[in-house]
Design a protein around this ligand. Structure first.
Ligand code: FES
Length: 117
């Protein structure tokens, strides 16, 4: 059986075998998800958020332990969570890119304020 994983914000979608990890699906889709531990549920770098109606295999013990309750807010580890059907994954911006984007927004807003005066 196939599964379909869509990554946001890029909107890239990939068909994978049921049981494929979200990290492997991301790699197939050309979506970058940072990792440091090589997919051993140790580094927490691959944390993503899935939409509520995403079809995933039941969470494993290593992932449950690492997330410590964050799975209740739809967070999952991409290296551990496995697709079972349609899945929608929100990939957070990497921290450096998010900081640069925030600074650019602040600069843009300041320029708008300066134009008003
Ligand atoms: S890659 Fe390290 S926790 Fe997933």
């Amino acid at each position: 059986m196939e599964a379909e994983v869509t990554f946001l914000p890029s909107g890239r979608t990939v068909q994978v075998r049921r049981g494929t990890s979200l990290l492997d699906a991301a790699r197939r889709a050309g979506v970058h998800i940072p990792t440091r531990c090589g997919g051993k549920a140790a580094c927490f770098m691959c944390k993503v958020k899935v939409t509520g109606d995403s079809e995933l295999l039941p969470i494993g013990e290593a992932e449950r332990r690492k997330l410590a309750g964050m799975q209740d807010q739809a967070f999952r580890l991409a290296c551990q969570a496995r697709a079972a059907g349609k899945v929608e994954v929100h990939v957070p911006l990497d921290p450096l890119r998010a900081a640069v984007q925030k600074q650019l927004e602040l600069a843009r807003n300041k320029n708008k304020d300066d134009e008003l005066w």
